[in-house]
Design a protein around this ligand. Structure first.
Ligand code: BG6
Length: 470
């Protein structure tokens, strides 16, 4: 049994686009999510280019957090969380992305949200960009392969950090910045699938992140500004040296983003890879200076499952982003209803690897289980499977901190309130400790209800992580 310190940030996370809804209210413009239809496990979401009649666009309504956040924050206070991660919707502040002046109504919304959190003793942890680039900006510039995106992002960052500097002290620049190779539209706001466009988009996202850190520190030297990746590590499938080298390669494909953000320059293996592919980045000496000066204060990461690398590409598993491409099925692990393999010990492994590599504070900013929940005849949601998942992951976190000495700022449950799924747009893929009455087609009363995991997590937090029993 371990106990974590009083300042450990137990909390929960959502994103603007998956929770707020109100997609055209308060002067907001369309974002790249607003033209993505609902999908399901084996049916990807479709990009319809414009909003079309007769289609379901789940991000238009989210869980109506835009109107219901006061009630939600009350529940979060009762839960006892110390930190709440959400993002600012860029298109609420700059509706098309091209405006010279910010939309005051958009700024006011987040003022009210952050004030409400602070009044309730909850620290906001704010992601500057959780995928939802303004649609017009994305379509006119062609997404992140165009370096101009960095300039517009910088203007947006300058506005939000200046405006919220008294309220927000922990920022995350770009959500899962290393997802570039896997979900093009959501991570790069473009559809071009060629290697050169993807490499350029990645380099512009990294430049944008470093620019944001520099701007942020310039405006508020007290702010901690972190970067964020989706978990990068991979086990070799066998001790065949070819599998081991394949895992080195797979890790590098995903981790070079964290290398650049933490160290301030491109690792030699990535430079060589680009050279071999005949790809030349358009970074100037000034840009390289920005990368050096804009290193992050902490590394945030999301963790849902582990990955397995092999030279034999059969039996691939489903999963959050990376597994779709590189992951071989791990015969030692069970999987969720969406096929994501469950591996709490892999979280301890990743925490150790990240910390050894960078010696910077880490922050688990997303972890959780997507599952279908049933309401029983007494109106209760007995989500013991979610408690089990969270308990084992928290055990791994505590082992990493208390036995291995990893410096960890906090642990945030993803989708602490049920939200729209990012990859499928479903509502029935629920992560929350708070249930939201809404189905996959957007029907429901939106009423909030505590699940069994709510009471369990409340006890965990109140005991500083010592009491993990049901
Ligand atoms: C992360 C994203 O990739 O995984 C979240 O940052 C997303 O936005 C989460 O919701 C879980 O994925 P999904 O597809 O199950 O919602």
């Amino acid at each position: 049994m371990h106990k974590l310190s009083k300042d450990f940030l137990w909390g929960g996370a959502v994103s603007a686009t998956q929770s707020e809804g109100a997609y055209l209210e308060g002067g907001k413009g369309l974002s790249i999510f607003d033209i993505m239809t609902k999908g399901e496990r084996n049916t990807p979401r479709r990009n319809t280019g414009t909003v079309q009649e007769g289609e379901i666009y789940p991000n238009h309504y989210g869980i109506d957090f835009y109107h219901r956040y006061p009630e939600d924050v009350k529940l979060l206070k009762e839960l006892g969380i110390r930190a709440f991660r959400t993002s600012i919707s860029w298109a609420r502040i700059f509706p098309t992305g091209f405006e010279e002046q910010p939309n005051e109504e958009g700024l006011r919304f987040y003022d009210q949200l952050f004030d409400t959190l602070l009044e309730n003793g909850i620290e906001p942890v704010v992601t500057m960009l959780h995928s939802d680039v303004p649609l017009e900006l994305a379509q006119k510039l062609g997404g992140w392969k165009n370096k101009e995106m960095v300039r517009y992002f910088a203007r947006y960052v300058e506005v939000i950090v200046s405006h919220y500097k008294a309220k927000v002290k922990k920022w995350i620049t770009i959500n899962e910045i290393n997802a570039v190779n896997y979900v093009l539209w959501f991570s790069c706001a473009m559809l071009d699938d060629d290697e050169k466009s993807k490499a350029l988009a990645a380099s512009h996202l990294l430049l944008a992140s470093a620019t944001a850190v520099k701007i942020g520190h310039g405006i508020d030297p007290d702010a901690l500004i972190g970067g964020m990746v989706t978990d990068c590590y991979s086990y070799p499938y066998t001790c065949n040296p070819d599998d081991v080298l394949q895992s080195v390669e797979d890790v590098r494909t995903n981790i070079y983003f964290a290398d650049v953000m933490c160290r301030g320059y491109y690792p030699s293996y990535q430079k060589m890879k680009l050279k071999r592919a005949g790809i030349c980045l358009d970074l100037t000496e000034d840009d390289e200076k920005i990368l050096r000066e804009g290193t992050i204060d902490f590394l945030g990461f999301s963790y849902y499952s582990s990955h397995v690398s092999s030279v034999v590409k059969d039996e691939l598993v489903e999963g959050n982003l990376l597994q779709n491409i590189v992951g071989k099925k791990n015969p030692y692990l069970e999987a969720s209803q969406w096929g994501w393999q469950i591996d709490p010990k892999g979280l301890r492994y990743s925490l150790n690897e990240f910390y050894d590599r960078y010696q910077k504070p880490l922050f688990i900013v997303e972890n959780g289980l997507g599952a279908k929940d049933e309401i029983d005849e007494n109106g209760k949601i007995n989500d013991l499977y979610r408690i089990e998942y969270l308990r084992e992951h928290i055990r791994a976190v505590e082992d990493a901190v208390c036995i291995d000495g990893v410096e960890l700022m906090g642990y945030l449950v993803w989708g602490i309130i049920d939200v729209i799924s990012g990859t499928t747009g479903e509502m029935s893929k629920r992560y929350g400790l708070i249930y939201v009455d809404q189905d996959d087609e957007g029907n429901g009363m939106l009423e909030r209800r505590k699940k069994a995991s709510f009471d369990w997590y409340k006890k965990v937090i109140a005991s500083d992580g010592e009491d993990l029993e049901d």
